[in-house]
Design a protein around this ligand. Structure first.
Ligand SMILES: Nc1ncnc2c1ncn2[C@@H]1O[C@H](COP(=O)(O)OP(=O)(O)OP(=O)(O)O)[C@@H](O)[C@H]1O
Ligand SMILES: [Mg+2]
Length: 327
């Protein structure tokens, strides 16, 4: 037995020639909200599948709520809740009927009091008899979390709980997840590729890339590691490396697609110099990454977690930055 809610050592999953999860050591203390942050294909869902017994571990060991996932899978499963990235609700049934169905599937006796208090907690009690097909996305997500909590698990796994939700619904869910963690005393392990989500919601974050943990710590610890900012710069014609290295404050220049990724001491200082030395008409794209979990990832891997960010040329923002820098 161990006090950690999750304790995995050398956790590995091999699919044919691909090592999807590569000797990961993961310790999650009971009572926290832990985030696995990484880009598409990093291995986040696979880790959840290994820890919940949905997929066989190739190598290594994993204990969840004190039970060996391989040797005592039933004991472990009784203590685990799982919120999948995909929707699992039955649209034709009401909220209450979905809870009833979950209770039958999991053979939970005396579930009704718990179901009532969950519906109250998630503010769904006046909708309990309504068909789920008519629920908003946020309401559906809340009901999915309620289903996962029905059997009173000690640890709940949430795979991309807020993917595709608008910013307001996402924030509402962050509150809910924090609340679930506190009120129901459940340890939460969630995956995300939203930087702000990991930052705002998680006590502890592991950044994962290509099946390996590249960094672990509290969001503040991780951000404090990077004493730099990053500027992504693309010009037509491209600038030579020597020109970039000659700009003030540039620590390194790494080629990135058809542009450059500059590691700089201060983005404002370097942006001001870019304006005076580079013809603005040649600037095709520029993006500044301030210290964030994204900049930690960029620093460690040279690429972004959120590959969609910074792709749109935003000259207004660029010039606003320059004006600020020149003040
Ligand atoms: N059943 C499977 N068979 C073969 N390869 C798989 C299988 N499941 C996942 N993989 C591969 O393992 C790697 C990790 O996948 P995984 O789903 O864990 O990533 P992820 O971090 O959850 O990504 P996303 O953010 O897109 O959900 C990927 O390269 C994926 O193609
Ligand atoms: Mg996934």
């Amino acid at each position: 037995m161990t006090l950690a809610a999750i304790d995995a050592t050398g956790l590995t999953k091999v699919y044919g020639r691909l090592t999807a999860v590569d000797h990961v050591d993961l310790k999650v203390s009971a009572g926290g909200v832990f985030g696995l942050l990484g880009p598409n294909g990093a291995g986040k869902t696979t880790i959840i599948k290994l820890l919940t017994g949905l997929s066989d571990i190739t190598e290594g060991s994993a204990y969840v709520a004190g039970f060996d996932v391989r040797r005592q899978p039933m004991h472990a499963k009784q203590r685990i809740g799982w919120v999948a990235a995909e929707v699992i609700l039955d649209d034709d049934l009401s909220a209450w009927e979905n809870l009833w169905l979950q209770a039958q599937l999991q053979r939970i006796s005396g579930w009704t009091d718990r179901a009532r208090s969950l519906l109250r907690y998630f503010d769904l009690d006046d909708r309990r008899s309504d068909r789920v097909g008519g629920f908003s996305t946020g309401m559906r997500k809340k009901l999915e979390i309620a289903l996962a909590l029905l059997h009173q698990p000690e640890v709940i796994f949430m795979d991309e709980p807020t993917i595709g939700l608008d910013a307001n619904t996402r924030r509402m869910l962050w509150e809910m997840i924090r609340g679930v963690n506190r009120e129901f005393q459940v340890t939460v392990l969630l995956t995300s590729h939203y930087i702000e989500e990991a930052d705002a919601l998680c006590d502890h974050v592991a950044i994962i890339d290509h099946g390996r943990f590249v960094a672990q710590g509290t969001p503040d610890e991780l951000k404090a590691r990077v004493r730099a900012e990053f500027i992504e710069l693309e010009t037509r014609p491209p600038l030579a490396e020597a020109e970039l290295l000659a700009l003030p404050g540039v620590q390194s220049a790494r080629s990135q697609g058809s542009g450059w990724l500059l590691r700089v001491a201060s983005a404002d200082e370097t942006l001001a110099a870019i304006l005076t030395r580079v013809d603005p008409r040649t600037i095709h794209r520029v993006n500044v990454e301030r210290p964030s979990l994204e900049s930690v990832f960029i620093d460690l891997t040279g690429s972004r977690i959120d590959s969609t960010a910074g792709e749109v040329p935003d000259y207004r923002k660029f010039y606003a930055n320059l004006r600020r820098a020149q003040r």
